[in-house]
Design a binder for this molecule. Structure first.
Ligand code: NAG
Length: 206
């Protein structure tokens, strides 16, 4: 798992004078990192007046075929519809990006375990997952959370779009970065719903 290396490189180092202050700051930073690295499932919230409430409201996000989907309510792994996202935040390790964006990663399979970045494909506006090579040329962040740490934010936006694949129960996750209803990315007439993504913290292993 490559991610182990990423975690190490993201821990701030202390250098030079003012060690007491630096040490304290580092501890704060570390606590912040710990909070960011708490694993969560991702649940969908949609407007209760939406005609598709029953299909997607409070359903859980799953990962399958490099793409991100609205899965069953309360799903846990193993799940027949995909790998239930088990996500957390960590800096995306790319020296070319300044400031370094906070990335979102998820385990994407159990055996052997694999962590991938969740990102927005710049050509299709689909939310996808993949390794660093697959993700680096796309929109890898910044991911964030709302002030109450409940709502997932991408590039300062709390809204995502779920798009139904015609004639199926499958809703795929998109990010309407241009805020134009995904014009040019999704064929006209597809059912689309604005949604929020909520962090549901996973029980910590004991
Ligand atoms: C990264 O993902 C790409 C395709 O998504 C794959 O071809 C490549 O082998 C992967 N690289 C590593 C190091 O796993």
């Amino acid at each position: 798992m490559v991610i182990g290396l990423m975690i190490l490189t993201s821990i701030p180092t202390i250098t030079g004078v003012g060690q007491a202050y630096s040490a304290q700051k580092t501890q704060e930073e570390r606590q912040k990192d710990e909070a960011r690295m708490k694993k969560f499932h991702i649940d969908v919230l949609c407007d209760l007046n939406s005609p598709y409430v029953r299909d997607i409201h409070e359903n859980r996000i799953v990962l399958k075929d490099d793409r991100v989907w609205v899965g069953p309510k309360g799903a846990v792994n193993p799940c027949s519809q995909g790998y239930v996202a088990e996500a957390f935040y960590i800096e995306y390790p790319d020296n070319e990006r300044n400031p370094v964006p906070l990335g979102l990663v998820s385990q994407t399979r159990a055996d052997p375990p694999l962590l991938n970045w969740i990102y927005v494909d710049k050509s299709t506006m689909e939310v996808k997952y993949g390794n660093k090579t697959a993700s680096i040329e796309h929109h890898v962040g910044p991911w964030d959370w709302s002030d109450d740490e409940r709502v997932i934010i991408f590039d300062d936006a709390a809204q995502f779009t779920a798009v139904q694949h015609p004639g199926t129960w499958r809703w795929q996750l998109y990010q309407d970065m241009k805020e134009d209803g995904l014009a040019g990315y999704v064929p006209k007439g597809r059912r689309k719903v604005q949604i929020n993504l909520i962090r549901t913290l996973m029980p910590t292993a004991t």
